[in-house]
Design a protein around this ligand. Sequence first.
Ligand code: NAD
Length: 475
Amino acid sequence: MEAVSRAREAASWWAGLSFRERRDHLLNWKRVIAARSDELGDVIHEETGKPVGDALLEIMLAVEHLDWAARNAPRVLKRRRVRSGLLAADQGAAVEYRPLGVIGVIGPWNYPVYTPLGSISYALAAGNAVVFKPSEHTPRTGEWLAAAWAAISAKPVLQVITGDGAVGAQLVAAGVDKIAFTGSAATGRRVMAACAETLTPVVIEGGGKDAMIVAADADLDAAAKAAAFGGFGNAGQTCAGVERVYVERAVYPEFLAKLAAIAESVEPSEDGPYGRMTVATQVDIVRNHVDDALAKGGRAVVGGPESIKPPYVFPVVLAEVPEDSTAVTEETFGPTVVVNPVSSLDEAVSLANASRYGLAASIFSSDRGNSLKIARRLRTGAASINSVLGFAGVPALPFGGVGDSGFGRVHGADGLREFSRPQSVTWRRLKAPMDVMSLTRDPAVLDRAIRIFRLRHARGAANSASSKWPGHPGA
Ligand code: NAD
């Protein structure tokens, strides 16, 4: 692929720059994006249908990450000395995070700037060139970002290729050094299988079925407001949006009433609070999930199948939906939420965790200590307490999932290292006190080394399980 060959050349120029020079380029790029954000916001709005205000919010968040990646790459990735330890006391040791080369980034359409820049900014800051294939639904947004790069540098360190999945598949097979894929778990599986052919490493940022847990001591107004924003915002097309809510039974009716009141007041439109469904086929998935929830005995508290008025979907609040309904088990990616009562927070945690997905979750409670304990029990890559998506605007925090939500991390120091190759270097600084790494070593030196080894590592073995082995002198 021509773009990858061009990127390979640009990558060696880019990797040869100092951290400071790379940072200056990235900050120049950032300034162009920020200064012309109205223009980019319009492109996002036209391609996705999201209100311009939401598009600008997305750009603001993305630029915050770009700024962080540019400024923090030197601190995170620079050469750092490590202790060499007793066995290798004669060696000096250091680790450094080197660029991988060319990163292929494959993006989705729902946040066509924020999501791919989560990989692109960090990959560039780590010294790599990037070939980016945006979603076929948002090609102009991708092209705009590459044009903004071209405005600050003649070197094709960031290029964009457009097209559908077939072009994505070509990029995967084009000999890049890593693929950063964001999209559905189903496509992620195909991308990973293709990467396996060439042992190309891959980051998968998959979908989600995120849960919100509402404790009996929660601020219910705040929780309902957040559930509405996390569930209906961006027409529900948010990988880490709220799709399920588990509420302690004592406050269940009150919470449901508050959420219903907000949902009833929301009317999607081009200007907000959220726009049309971006992709027509997504409407059918939403309809199927709503139908399935009702057919299985769930209750529509707000809306129902009649809320689906393509290209818009009005808010749908479903209650007491059986846990085996597709509205609970599969990613809906529409402005619908399932709200189910639970008899305890333990039950909430186990239902939240009973999902193939594990991207993020939120907890509403006035007991911060207990909320932190709950967060640690959730099988997710992130959790927000008393907010939704709180982590998205904190660039220092890594982002990524478990299970069908994928693996690997973008954002933060982990995101910079994700696009780096740790290189370990040692150098001899003394004559070895006990030189055992030699074909002509003195057996007495090896004996001494073994005695020291046992003193350091085998003391106390008589009390451990190993002494119970049959045949062991202590057994
Ligand atoms: P998708 O899986 O349909 O497509 C994603 C990208 O993959 C597109 O650019 C597409 O052209 C490309 N593609 C398709 N087939 C390919 C193939 N065989 N080889 C290589 N590339 C291929 O996803 P989508 O509908 O664009 O995005 C929505 C999904 O993305 C949702 O599941 C959402 O949850 C997820 N998402 C996840 C995150 C995250 O950070 N975890 C962020 C945003 C969206």
